[in-house]
Design a protein around this ligand. Structure first.
Ligand code: MD3
Ligand code: FE
Length: 217
């Protein structure tokens, strides 16, 4: 009997769960980097603050967003798109630190997507009651590349639908430090986040932050 058999039971270390083919949840994979992640979030949001953008339909999103990397995701009355410039500052998005990009590359590699080189990191901030309705991510040029997501702060209920919007979603809890890699056919599945429940996270307070690493162009 080896000690590593009990890894993830005794000390809640990393473990993996398969959500669907191509979607693997790495429980706690980001926990060793939580302090560095909080620091980098502070740096990025000092340069490109969180903002609640307007959808093409004219609704203000309940989730506040920003980005880092060579391009960031924006929405306004004109539509959804990736842009090299932050429309709020008129400047390029903050750079993606090399270690952060490497972290996403390693998470993807861990579940069988080697050579993932993201050029964009979208950062979502959920306050209590914020939600993200079911949608598909298809603004990226290369849908063959996976998406790596990192959850920080309060626990969210992730809604994982099917290939049709009408498919009843399955629910998964995403905890602080959880990483999910989405590649292959599930890359186009409908997904969302249920309204965030109130709580207090020791590191991040009354909010949830989600980072998604993408190859946008
Ligand atoms: C499944 N973000 O930014 S991350 C998004 O928690 C987004 O903020 C959610 O959906 C959040 O677009 C979910 C997990 C995630 C990200 C992208 C996916 C799941 C996905 C793309 C395809 C399928
Ligand atoms: Fe999404």
């Amino acid at each position: 009997m080896t000690a590593d058999l009990f890894e993830g039971i005794a000390d809640e270390g990393p473990s993996r769960e398969v959500i669907a083919e191509g979607a693997v949840l790495l429980r706690g994979f980001a926990r060793p980097f939580e302090q560095q992640l909080v620091t980098v979030l502070r740096d990025i949001t000092a340069q490109a603050p969180f903002r609640r953008m307007i959808t093409p339909g004219g609704h203000q999103m309940s989730v506040a967003m920003t980005s880092c990397g060579n391009c960031g995701w924006v929405t306004d009355r004109a539509g959804y798109r990736y842009d090299a410039t932050d429309p709020q500052s008129g400047k390029p998005w903050p750079a993606m630190p090399q270690w952060l990009r490497q972290f996403a590359t390693e998470a993807a590699e861990e579940v069988g997507f080697p050579g993932f080189l993201p050029d964009a990191c979208l950062i979502n901030r959920y306050e209590v009651g914020s939600r993200m309705s079911l949608h598909q991510d298809k603004d990226e040029r290369d849908l063959g590349a996976p998406i790596v997501s990192v959850s920080l702060g309060l626990t969210a209920i992730f809604l994982f639908g099917g290939m049709k919007r009408s498919d009843t979603p399955r629910r998964f809890r995403l905890l602080h430090g959880d990483v999910v890699v989405w590649g292959g056919p599930v890359r186009l599945a409908y997904h969302g986040i249920a309204p965030l429940a109130d709580g207090e996270h020791p590191l991040l307070g009354r909010q949830r932050i989600n980072l998604t690493f993408r190859k946008a162009r």
